[in-house]
Design a protein. Sequence first.
Length: 330
Amino acid sequence: MQHSGFWAQGLSQRLSRRRAIAGTGGVALGAAFLAACGGGSSSSGGGGTKEEKNVSSLVTQQKDTTKEAKKGGTLKFSLPADIPNFDGHILSFTDAQQVLLNFNRLTRIKPGVLELSDGTVTGDAIESWEFSPDKLTLTMKVRQNLGMPNIAPVNGRNLDATDIAYSWDRWKKTGTNRSELVNEVNANAPVLSLTATDARTVVVKLKSPVASIMSSFGNQASGWLFVYPKEAESGFDMRRTPIGGGVYYISDYTPSSRFVYSRNPNYFDKNTAFADKIEIPIVSEYAAASAQLRVLATCTGTRCWRTTSCRPSATSPSSTCISQTPRRWA
């Protein structure tokens, strides 16, 4: 059919809007991460020919400008509600989105740049892995430079395999969706055990071969198995102080008022995280958020963010906000 790409694109965009509405605050923080870290994704949806995609001169052509980005500055936007706590192991899917910047997972899905992700699994806390011939033993090697921020009690140390084993033991007791992976909880779940054999090696024993196990370790459907430092056992309360090896850490938090994320100088990937800080006031009323955006109170330079739905007005043709994606204002 000649315009099948158009209909697929429209369906993709509609589904995206529904997901955004379902998890407004969390999705916005994920979008902020892409802006702060230089990521990108495509809205090209379901195909079509090159000629179809470029048919209108009114549509701005997508371009990857990551190499032109300079580090520094503060990214600002707002969230409509506070988070109940910062312990990603026990948070709901939507609330856990707000701590994605603070922690590593074992793996993650590689995002697409100017195209949809192809689903490739890449390492996060781990840098490589291999299976035994019978596919029942998985051996993972941990990155050597999983640095945490220079704050007590971790003081910038690197996470290692013992932290991952601790995180697994903690998560299998309290994790929101632990039954998806933990065989002790659900006899049909695939993981029999996860242990650290040395500081860099994690060994996983499986009940049976599972083709999707690597993606499951980084998938929100499995309840966000975030990597926590061992100090979380007694050195601090993860519900109030989210400390991990993520790209940002929370340097200031005022309940019901605002979050401030600062870049983790010890994060393993030095080519990401362009913004020095991310400031997020909590603005529950649409009118207040709209007013702040009109006076650029939640904007940095010409890039602005917002999280609630908006409607351009006749007196404000450029609108007061944008929905889920960054846009340059003229």
